[in-house]
Write a protein that binds this ligand. Structure first.
Ligand code: ATP
Ligand code: LTN
Length: 336
């Protein structure tokens, strides 16, 4: 990433809370490499965000490397984009404090992810979980990112980042670019294979509910075979009345490029078993090369560490300048 060119910036992050799911891939990660020619892209493994839920330290460390390897395996090219670990750049937390002082308690209380996660972990409703979206706003605003490619569940957080940026700009003068959520037209919310009205999530207790990017062929085929559909046996795209079948069709559409009409025709009279097998097989075909690249990258720790080091050095240099500007604007005495 060259800091002196005029390309707009893209920022996105993913938590190292487990192996990525097909939902993470379709809704977010798969789209990230597609932006690297048009934009200066900055992608981060957001380990600080992961800490809002209790983590085993050794597992978190391992998953952080794995997440970085998966980003590279998915097509992010470190010669074009920055890939780094969030905690390696202190600017995120430094900016986060300033932004927190410009965010209202009421705004944070309205965040649905906070409500969901505090209901899920009632014994650990910590301050970090509450201020999570402020750190996310800092991630985005620290690079003056124009576009933030995410799944639809993160739209509310990006909107909050916009509100914070707008408020700061109004109080202190033009400082931050107004970021926009870049949400894919299809696949912005891949549903659980077991409860198709719920988002597919890597932290689901039922492993049949999600496809992991590292699942082998047998696991992929088995999970699709067991996917919950309905009883009328007609392959038709109707999210409201046929959420399970529509979810499978959405996945098939993303990987084959076939329209819903074409898919309906292809499986006319065939029944769900045939559809499930076709979906499983195209998912496996797509994931196999990603898995192979992932294994190669993960086994070359020196390469991975080099990429992450270079990524964080550039990320620090870029965001530090913005932080200096923010410090000046709010009235902090310059450190000499
Ligand atoms: P967790 O289950 O630990 O809360 P998660 O699976 O929701 O995690 P995140 O790390 O929070 O994953 O999300 C990374 C990116 O993947 C975000 O941009 C998010 O919008 C996207 N994403 C997550 N789940 C889905 C899904 N089911 N469909 C589409 N996009 C998704
Ligand atoms: N909150 C996001 C992860 C995330 C992110 C970001 C996404 C942290 N910081 C900045 C986009 C931009 C999530 O839970 N998926």
């Amino acid at each position: 990433m060259e800091s002196n060119n005029t390309k707009q910036k893209v920022f996105s992050g993913i938590q190292p809370t487990g192996t990525f799911t097909l939902g993470n891939y379709i809704g977010a990660v798969r789209n990230w490499p597609l932006l690297q020619d048009e934009y200066d892209c900055i992608y981060s493994v957001v380990d600080q965000h992961a800490l809002t839920v209790r983590q085993d330290p050794a597992t978190l460390r391992k998953r952080t490397y794995e997440a970085a390897a998966m980003l590279l395996a998915s097509g992010i090219d470190p010669d074009k984009s920055l890939v780094f670990i969030q905690s390696h750049n202190p600017v995120h937390s430094q900016l986060s404090w300033i932004l927190a002082c410009n965010t209202q308690f009421g705004e944070l209380s309205r965040m649905t992810q906070f409500k969901d996660k505090s209901a899920k972990h009632p014994d650990n409703v910590n301050g970090g979980l509450f201020t999570y979206p402020v750190l996310m706003a800092a991630d985005i605003l620290a690079y003056n990112a124009h576009q933030v490619p995410v799944g639809v569940d993160q739209k509310q957080h990006v909107e909050l980042a916009r509100n914070i940026a707008q408020r700061f700009n109004a109080n202190y003068g033009e400082t931050f670019v107004m970021p926009e959520a870049l949400i894919p037209k299809v696949g912005a919310k891949i549903m659980s294979l077991q409860e198709p009205t719920k988002k597919m999530s890597k932290s689901d207790e039922n492993p049949n509910a999600f496809i992991l990017l590292l699942d082998d062929e047998a696991a992929i085929m088995r999970k699709f075979k067991r996917a919950v559909t309905d009883s009328d046996g007609v392959v038709k795209y109707d999210v409201e009345n046929k959420p399970g079948v529509s979810n499978l069709m959405g996945i098939y559409n993303v990987f084959t490029g076939k329209s819903f009409e074409e898919i309906e025709k292809e499986f006319d009279g065939a029944g769900y078993g045939v559809l499930k097998e076709a979906v499983g097989s195209c998912v496996y075909q797509t994931l196999k090369p990603v898995q192979d690249r992932y294994n190669a990258i993960l086994s070359d720790k020196a390469y991975l560490e080099k990429v992450l080091k270079e990524g964080s050095e550039k990320a620090i240099a870029y965001s530090q300048r913005l932080l200096n500007k923010v410090y000046r604007k709010v009235g902090f005495v310059q450190f000499k």
